[in-house]
Design a protein around this ligand. Structure first.
Ligand SMILES: [Zn+2]
Length: 283
């Protein structure tokens, strides 16, 4: 490998930590055998650098496909021991500076492609495209990958003006609570339930909030009043509008008779010309 007339594969991998031992082609995939030449790594939990060798194990991970063939890396990798006494991790697999996450079955660049495809299509659609390309995966695996990526993101900062509302995971069955930063209009948190219990826990860690917009239901109002007594509560425009329309509808229904006779051209009325009250507002 590496002659002037051939393609050097090493440069496509972290050369400092991985050495290609062999590369061979099979019917539907290309297998690249590699071994770790690292001398140290960082603990994925506490970030402490360590060179305390624990052992070696073989990893099989998928990489980006090439020439319509899947690529499988067979890596003889190192395990290291965390030397931080305060860390709960005893030993861990090296990540080659983020090239392969700990115990992951695909390289990070391969996971990047899968996540991008999933966000542009769907988890099941993404899995079908990946399998066509030579990346073996399933819709469930894609979901787990997306959730793992989401969990690794830093929690968004909450401003001092937030909006709270409920939403349905499944209408009439499961509900949640969404919290939005009103200055950026971006969601900050999704909480389980809509009875205010989870909102209470969230507010206890966000005492900086000064203004809360919400619907007119009492569950949220009570919790906000108890946890943030100095915060201003504002009925949001959407719910005010919704409540106003409902009030107008109710008032009209009370004022209008149960049926309205619509006269024929000759002035007579008949049952077929009667319009029920509850249909009036449909037109
Ligand atoms: Zn550690």
């Amino acid at each position: 490998m590496g002659s002037e007339s051939s393609l050097c594969l090493d440069k496509f991998y972290p050369e400092k930590d991985l050495k290609i031992v062999d590369a061979r082609e099979e019917k539907d995939k290309i297998i690249v055998q590699m071994r770790s030449v690292s001398g140290s790594s960082r603990c994925p939990k506490c970030g402490c650098a360590t060179d305390k060798y624990h052992g070696m194990y073989r990893r099989r991970v998928q990489d980006l496909p090439i020439l319509r063939k899947g690529v499988q890396l067979e890596i003889s990798a190192h395990e290291y021991e965390c030397i931080n006494d305060d860390c709960e991790v005893t030993s861990f697999a090296e990540t080659f500076n983020g090239f392969v996450d700990t115990y992951s079955r695909m390289t990070e660049r391969c996971a990047d492609l899968v996540c991008t495809l999933a966000l542009e299509t769907s988890c099941e659609g993404c899995a079908r495209i990946c399998n066509t390309l030579g990346i073996k995966t399933s819709g469930d695996t894609v979901i787990r990958l997306l959730l793992k990526r989401y969990d690794s993101l830093p929690a968004p900062e909450a401003g001092d003006v937030i909006g709270v509302d409920d939403f349905a995971y499944r209408k009439r069955h499961t509900y949640g609570t969404i919290i939005v930063d009103e200055r950026t209009h971006g969601p900050i948190a999704l909480l389980d339930g809509r009875d205010g219990d989870t909102l209470r826990g969230w507010l206890r860690h966000h005492k900086n909030v000064k203004v809360v917009t919400r619907d007119r239901a009492s569950a949220y109002a009570k919790v906000i009043e108890e946890e943030l007594p100095d915060a201003m509560q504002v009925a949001d425009r959407f719910h005010l509008h919704q409540n106003l329309l409902e009030a107008i509808k109710k008032a009209l229904n009370q004022e209008l008779p149960a049926t309205i006779d619509i006269p024929h051209a000759d002035g007579s009325t008949g049952p077929e010309r009667k319009c029920k009250k509850n249909r009036i507002h449909c037109g």
